[in-house]
Design a protein around this ligand. Sequence first.
Ligand code: F6P
Length: 528
Amino acid sequence: MSAAERLGTCDVARLFAPPEQRFAEFSREVDGLLLDFTRQPLDTPALEALLGLADASDLPGAIESLFAGEQVNHTEGRAALHTLLRVPSAVSLPTHLETLHREVLAERARCAAFVAEVHAGQRTGATGERFTDVLNIGIGGSDLGPAMAVEALRPFHLGRVSCHFISNVDGTQFADLADRLDPARTLVVVCSKTFTTQETLANANLVRAWLTEALGESAVPRHFAAVSTNSSAMDQFGIGADARFVIWDWVGGRYSMWSAIGLALELAVGSEHFQAFLAGGHAMDKHFRSAPLRDNLPVLLGLLAIWNRNGLGNASHAILPYTQRLARFPAYLQQLEMESLGKSVDAAGNPLQRSSGPVIFGEPGSNAQHSFFQLLHQGSGGVSMDFLLPVTPPAGDRGGSQLAMANCLAQMQALMAGQGPDAVRADLEKRGLDSKAARQLLPHKLHRGSRPMSLLAFRQLDPRTLGMLVALYEHKVFVQAALWGLNPFDQWGVELGKQLCNSLLPALTGKDGPALPAELAPLLGWMR
Ligand code: F6P
């Protein structure tokens, strides 16, 4: 019998004999971040087999090539050096990375100086007023990471500026904000690695028109900052030399929040907290690079994902934070995981022999309990889960953390232990149901339990811990990619739709353009 057959239908509660031993063997803690995978359908031989797979796939070699700056993103001929963005200034690096690191540090210092000037009121708007609001315009990696982190670290905001994010091409987010923002006190940060992204340019032009209507063209360099690799596009837009920040082609969009793409976050929490966020990421990098595979958090989390996807056949994975502060974390992970792992060919272009990235979805657990948890408890399966739980709230943060904690632990216990026929029957009898009614109701109240899940618990959701968490998931994705043999750093799948959109737009705006695909003609006819 294979490990998957043995464990796929096992009673996970039985693996807890005794619980202390299971916890010792199936949990790891790094710097106050606990990964508890005792509730996964996994035993010692299965864990050893997964670790053997990692060894056989030369995962340590793959990790080294990532950190060494090799061209791991071979379809785009690039390294993936997001780890360099969080290396502190004092760390010495091999010569070929030193030059890049110096550029990173210089840009980091420019961002910190910019933030300090805004906070001190030395950098003002065109009318001399202080900036009170920051509007980040970007999409995908130029939006999701910073937006998630600004929300997650709200107790650490300095209160100098309020940050807002717009991304959707339909313009509604800005329409909702425009009445509340004063152009004279609004600093706009356009984040776009390419500065060609249609949604971002549409929003940037919309906001520019709003701003120049109130303050005139000359206000643009005072009110707009930008982060991009594309200097000529920034020139064209009128971004001043002192308000433009560079990123590099070796930083993937979904890995870029550590760079100047995190400017809105730094403006919200200040440079000291931003540095702590970087330090958390760097601590996780050091751990990932040096810890033995069996004690390595990203490696274990990645192996658990592979076990769930390929061993147990779970095609969906839920992210369930038990704090509202991480409300955008599932959305952030959707891009990180699905844009990285949603591939069907290996690095050499051959079809993958195994299923790759699962569907990622999620919501804060408390709210999700009242929406999709029904399916997690009693649905036909196929979903693995990560619970995320801060154990204490940050100083000064109000909120019922104990209630949230109790809910999280209760849900995990119910999903693991379930409720079998004897317990359901006893409960129904206790409620006074007669035996016929009890018999009819019984199947509806069964919880089969043994649902696969891990818990990530941490003392507090502070900047350093958030940095650790984000880097943990980045590396977890890398582990999956390495074992599946795919390139997690490209995203060719998003291009086709973009091209089609460009060729459809003329038809929708009544202009001449390429012939429409025949399949769309009836629908367009209806829309007219
Ligand atoms: O369309 C996908 C994508 O390329 C993402 O990978 C990226 O994060 C996003 O678009 C935004 O790209 P840019 O930062 O170049 O505007």
